[in-house]
Design a protein around this ligand. Sequence first.
Ligand code: AMP
Length: 395
Amino acid sequence: MSKTFAINAGSSSLKFQLYNMPEEEVIAKGLVERIGLNDGVFNIEYNDGEEFETTTNIPDHAKAVELLFDYLQEFNIIDDLNEIDGVGHRVVAGGEIFKESAVVTDEVIKQVDELGEFAPLHNPAEAVVMREFQKRVPNATMVAVFDTSFHTTMPEENYLYSLPYEYYEHFAARKYGAHGTSHNYVSRRAAEIVGKPIEDLKIITCHLGNGASITAVDGGKSVDTSMGFTPLAGVTMGTRTGDIDASLIPYLMEKLDIKDVKDMITIFNKKSGLLGISGVSSDMRDVEEAADEGNKRAQLALDIFVNRVQKYIGQYIAVMNGVDIIVFTAGIGENSARERRAILEGISWFGIELDEERNDTRKEAIITTDESKIMAINIPTNEEVEIAREVERLK
Ligand code: AMP
């Protein structure tokens, strides 16, 4: 039996999913949270409905991996570690080096670690996790799947900032984007749903989760995306600002008496977005609820979120000189009929006609009328299966 792990290590978390491949059957999945704290949480679901959770000291990612392997064996989810012949790791930053997924070698791990300059909270942790898996399943094919790879097809005019050109040449200062695995997966799925070759389609993919990004996919290739040098740019997110004027940085640092620019960036990353505007929560469900109860700032946060998504859709219609399909995915995109409606109704001039009944769904579905000039589709993303498929492809 061939088993493949899809691993998604964040700065303080590790998500895992274990598949039987090529059937794509999920055998176990779970999440380790609060890594680095002494009340870390380890959760695993297995055997179609059994679940185990424990709170324990998880000082680092190495311990998280150790717990994972201990419980896999304790719950008899796996008899023999040799059954695991594939491991796919999501990596946030691939820079300009990784234009596609790469089979992991010592050199690749070193490069992932060094790209920590672009994603200091993620890449070093991902490198640690890769080394831990190398120790435990040395014979498995390990593959690094980069969030940025899908966007390496962007043309220069879209990935370059209007900065002195040498900053790109010397320091690789440019737009890289993120969520590539998701944008890639849902755009190809959209083409399958409409039964047309992706080469013939212009698609705008809206990955709207706690982190959110929008991508223009022309003929199957990412030509522009809303996240930038880091995932801070683009639309309003749960806690991130999205686009702001860089001049606000010195201005606010002075007003707030902030000495270290990193502290300012932390505020832009962690205290802004829906949370910062509403003062209620970073979670869309909480913000919607507060708005319904009459909280004006919560309503304002919703309005700003919708407005930014609409602006990016408009931009990308211009970038591609047209669009055939708009895709919604991720937590908000997949689940919130209300936000999808607000976004699409406000840009109906382009020729988008929402079907209220079809939009009332959380499943894969076309949500526009048959007459609509532009089609909108709801597609639950599945980054994990995409990662497992990449391992299968490169085995
Ligand atoms: P993600 O990062 O993709 O897990 O998405 C998380 C976001 O999705 C959070 O802001 C959630 O509030 C939001 N979300 C999940 N379910 C719903 C729902 N039914 N309605 C509105 N937002 C939702």
